[in-house]
Design a protein around this ligand. Structure first.
Ligand SMILES: [Zn+2]
Length: 62
């Protein structure tokens, strides 16, 4: 999985502009502010509110 930190630093939640972090399973990017998890499809983060799920429980890497 090749989502690099520089990309994560650039990306922000399209809904609330919050910081996002890679989830521990590396299958999503989670917004730290609103808990939306954006899917990663074929190594491309899908930063669309329509695609996001709200997952309060999902852990993130740090
Ligand atoms: Zn957000």
């Amino acid at each position: 999985m090749a989502i690099d930190q520089q990309l994560l630093d650039i990306l922000a939640c399209p809904v609330c502009q919050g910081d996002i972090k890679l989830t521990t399973d590396e299958k999503g990017l989670k917004c730290m502010s609103c808990s939306r998890v954006y899917p990663i499809k074929e190594d491309i983060p899908v930063m669309l509110s329509d695609e996001a799920t709200i997952e309060l429980e999902r852990e993130t890497k740090d």
